[in-house]
Design a protein around this ligand. Structure first.
Ligand SMILES: [Zn+2]
Length: 264
């Protein structure tokens, strides 16, 4: 076999018998791997070589943390792969974070560029969510609306990414079973009834001041603490779902959000 050398020779190596053997084995191995990796050759998966179309669709999420003066706006743009086919996929392509606040500018730029690069690599990018949500601020976190504890701003950005990946079907929420949902509803009803009963029984004692505080407690049971979620304001944080929704019921800490109970 003659090979025309058109470029400068920078290095060379002598072909050994074992190299030849490997070469002989390679053509067999390669198509096999291709079959395993790509069951349908015409289905496009996310990878580095996918070019950015002129227009992308996306969502912008607002983050308002007490740790920073101005709100942050997180924009995640998606690419639609195999549009119009049964293999249509929406995958995140890039992320931008905007804010009036310039204090965090350099790490935000670094973070968004790295995240965008991970998105474009393709594969399972959901690990980003876990990594980011595990970051805690040594100065302490904060509660956002709805009573969910955020250990840091990075963690909140992570939960925004999670929300987005859920909306495009990349993360599937471990749905609560009907039995679990019913259990939570029962516990909630029991808690609210108990609070109501307390306020009804107090007037019998004739204590006017007591009536005031206990009816306040009855209100507390139904008071809405954040957007969408309603948990008693006296609820403490659940260590399973990071939500301020744990109440003491029959001497047992019970979460009205995820149903976690210390007593099983
Ligand atoms: Zn919980």
């Amino acid at each position: 076999m003659t090979i025309k050398i058109s470029k400068k020779i920078k290095s060379y190596s002598v072909q050994k018998p074992e190299d030849k053997a490997r070469e002989a084995a390679a053509p067999v191995a390669a198509p096999l791997a291709a079959v395993v990796d790509f069951p349908g050759a015409d289905i496009i998966q996310m990878h580095e070589k996918v070019e950015r179309p002129e227009v992308l669709i996306g969502n912008t999420y607002k983050i308002k943390s007490p740790l920073v003066e101005h709100a942050m706006y997180v924009t995640i743009n998606d690419i639609v792969l195999n549009p119009g086919t049964e293999h249509e996929l929406r995958r995140p392509f890039e992320v931008f974070i905007n804010s009036k606040n310039m204090d965090h500018f350099q790490w935000i730029v670094a973070l968004t560029r790295i995240m965008s690069a991970v998105f474009r690599k393709g594969g399972d990018v959901t690990f980003l969510v876990d990594e980011m949500k595990a970051v805690f601020d040594p100065r302490g976190g904060y509660f956002k609306a709805g009573g969910v504890y955020m250990p840091s701003i990075v963690a909140e950005i992570g939960s925004v990414v999670e929300e987005h990946l859920k909306s495009i079907g990349m993360i599937i929420d471990p749905e609560l079973s009907d039995a679990q949902r019913q259990l939570i509803a029962e516990k909630r009803a029991a808690y609210e009834n108990r609070a109501k009963k307390k306020s009804e029984s107090t007037p019998l004692s004739g204590d006017v001041a007591g009536t005031g505080t206990d009816s306040a407690r009855a209100d507390e049971a139904v008071q809405v603490t954040g957007d969408g979620a309603s948990f008693p304001p006296s609820a403490t944080m659940c260590f399973k779902c990071n939500t301020k929704a744990t109440v003491i019921m029959d001497g047992c800490a019970t979460c009205l959000n995820c149903g976690y109970s210390k007593c099983g």
